[in-house]
Ligand binder design. Structure first.
Ligand code: FRU
Length: 487
């Protein structure tokens, strides 16, 4: 019914949905379904999109291919929540149903103002009228499109803002993922870009009315850093400007940039009057195997919240969930803060509501071993001292610390994932969120994070080594999710 490069209309989706109850049941039976992470009910999920809070409700849209787990034609799926524990799953909101976005309603963002949400996204087009397209500098269209909503569910008509012909002439056809913000009474949009020479960068546009956009500048590093920067997000956090983006084509350097594509946070000083800027620091936002395309937004409490895609494109490791007809998930929500000049990710406070009240507190001393068998849990470890340690997170998966290097080793549970490392001068604390088939490890209160899928369903937790401290293991309950739209 659905071909890779054919438009999908809401009516087609509804018919498909009615006919695919058995598919949903099959996916739901997979024991690897996550308890406290958002997943596609069937099919494929990638980037979070249009994140915002509007009249108290958080809207979490996402790149969605309901029809198969391999991620072909992209729609926008939709979850809502008020507390990050109770969710509603709504019908997909955005379909690749127009001549502007016929080959994918790609990633985009939300901007809340004047009692409405204004969305910006990329309409993807792929041309097949010639056989000599390289699909980099020719053969593709990337339209920047907008629409608004008064409730997050009903949208106005799509309005075309920019086409491939409108971007600077030295750009390739790869321009996408608009994110909008305001600064000194002016609106700005960042777009991920690749130029014709194969250099990754961000394009900066400016507007007075969110409708007419003028090109202002390009932001990139002095030395080329990859060929394409996807999903840019530029924001001020505690007086520091941060650019998060996903550079593709960066070579591995020692233990850094070990994944096929990167997700980095850059510190940048940007003068919006002269357009002079300097990128002063680049670091990986996450050290695990499965983290990409995060998006941030300011909520009504003024918190800068980040949600990422717990997956990555083009990796050579796999997910066995594909056999059950689904693939990928979103990360837990995190709050971004600056602590002493450093960007920190902290699990959102609301996640404490997942704790069931059942908890185990264990003291560990030098060379004693602590053992438990939980599978889904949050573990908080406070070290008084730690020269070296080896922790089992579940059967076959270890986290070890030696010579100032912290190593996550997935053993035989990684489906191609092996080890990832980070340098940590002093190991002071760990906060670990283990779900049925994922783990998120916050090191030293969020200075470093490892996010990964893991595929062992046998619970085991232990800690041993030259270390002393306290570990608290909290049992966690699952999210509640109401929906699909017909339920
Ligand atoms: C990042 C990305 C975006 C694009 C979207 C398409 O994962 O490639 O650049 O808009 O996914 O699904």
């Amino acid at each position: 019914m659905f071909e890779k490069y054919k438009k999908v209309f809401r009516e087609d989706y509804r018919t498909w949905y009615e006919e695919n109850g058995a598919y949903r049941e099959k996916a739901a039976e997979d024991p690897r379904r996550l308890w406290f992470h958002l997943m596609p009910k069937t099919g494929w999920m990638n980037d979070p999109n249009g994140l915002c809070q509007f009249h108290g409700t958080y809207h979490i849209y996402y790149q969605y291919t309901p029809f198969e787990p391999t991620g072909e034609l992209k729609l926008w799926g939709h979850y809502t929540t008020k507390d990050f524990v109770h969710y509603k799953e709504d019908e997909p909101v955005l379909f690749p149903d127009s001549d502007y976005d016929a080959h994918g309603a790609y990633s985009g963002s939300a901007y809340v103002e004047d009692d409405q949400i204004r969305f910006f996204y990329t309409g993807n087009l792929k041309y097949f009228d010639r056989d000599d397209y390289d699909y980099i500098n020719s053969g593709r269209g990337s339209n920047t499109i907008t629409f608004t909503s008064k409730n997050g569910h009903d949208f106005t008509e799509k309005e075309l803002l920019m086409t491939t012909a409108d971007y600077p002439s030295d750009m390739s056809n790869h321009i996408r993922d608009p994110k909008v913000f305001q600064q000194n009474g002016m609106y700005y949009m960042v777009l991920g870009a690749r130029d014709r020479e194969g250099t990754g960068m961000v394009l900066l546009y400016q507007s007075k009315d969110l409708k007419k956009w003028t090109y202002k500048n390009r932001i990139t590093t002095k030395e080329k850093f990859g060929y394409m920067w996807e999903c840019p997000d530029l924001f001020e956090l505690d007086g520091e400007w941060i650019l998060i983006c996903c550079p593709q084509g960066v070579k591995q350097q020692g233990i850094d940039y070990a994944n096929v594509h990167q997700c980095t946070a850059m510190k940048i000083s940007y003068d919006f009057v002269t357009d002079e800027y300097e990128i002063t620091d680049i670091r990986l936002l996450d050290r695990g195997f499965d983290f990409y395309a995060p998006q941030t937004f300011l909520d009504e409490k003024g918190r800068r919240i980040l949600i990422g895609w717990m997956g990555i494109p083009d990796a050579d490791y796999t997910n066995p969930t594909t056999e059950s007809g689904w693939q990928h998930a979103l990360t837990i929500p995190r709050q971004l803060v600056m602590r002493g000049n450093q960007l920190i990710q902290e699990p959102l406070e609301e996640l404490k509501q997942l704790r069931t009240g059942e908890e185990i507190v264990e003291r560990f001393e030098e060379q004693t071993k602590v053992c438990r068998d939980n599978l889904v849990y949050e573990a908080v470890v406070e070290y008084e001292t730690c020269r070296s340690m080896k922790m089992v997170l579940r059967k076959g998966v270890t986290l070890s610390y030696e010579n100032e290097i912290l190593t996550l080793d997935l053993g035989t549970c990684g489906f191609g994932r092996d080890t990832r490392k980070v340098k940590v001068k002093e190991l002071k604390s760990l906060q670990i969120f283990a779900d049925t088939s994922s783990v998120e490890i916050f090191v030293n209160h969020g200075e470093e994070v490892f996010t990964s899928r893991i595929y062992s369903l046998e619970g085991e937790i232990s800690m041993e080594g030259s270390c002393r401290g306290k570990m608290t293991i909290y049992s966690l309950k699952a999210f509640s999710i109401e929906g699909g739209y017909d339920e």
